[in-house]
Design a protein around this ligand. Sequence first.
Ligand SMILES: C[S@@+](CC[C@H](N)C(=O)[O-])C[C@H]1O[C@@H](n2cnc3c(N)ncnc32)[C@H](O)[C@@H]1O
Length: 130
Amino acid sequence: MELCAQMVSEIPESVLKDENSTFLDPAAGSGNFLLALQTELSKYHELSHINDHMLYAVELMVDNHAEMCKRVGVPVNHPHFLCADALEYDYSFGEPVGLEGYGLGKIDNGQKYTPIINKDLSEAQLPLDS
Ligand SMILES: C[S@@+](CC[C@H](N)C(=O)[O-])C[C@H]1O[C@@H](n2cnc3c(N)ncnc32)[C@H](O)[C@@H]1O
């Protein structure tokens, strides 16, 4: 926790103060880094805004994920705090990513993203094209 607090203290105040700033821990464990962030962000923002709009997490292990959610104060089915493999997850966090029709991406929360690598994506409307 001490190291996490030290890391968070190095984030510029302008970033912490910005209500549109977002932070992701892709291997969130039991949530030490998220808790340090939450503590620092709570100097500037409501807890509900921090949890629902600023913090994002992915954690592979079910028990670690449950502990992280409990410590942060969100339900285990919160769309921004995922129990998933960070190396495969599509990082949609409950929002459409624009590739659902091609077997990529997902909207449903909590389901593991499984890439379909043989699908012909030549006509896909990739976000980077627009
Ligand atoms: C050292 S702990 C992380 C500590 C955490 N960042 C914190 O602030 O408390 C590493 C975590 O990474 C998770 N992990 C390992 N491989 C992962 C993967 N592919 N996707 C998501 N989480 C993963 C492990 O389950 C473990 O909980």
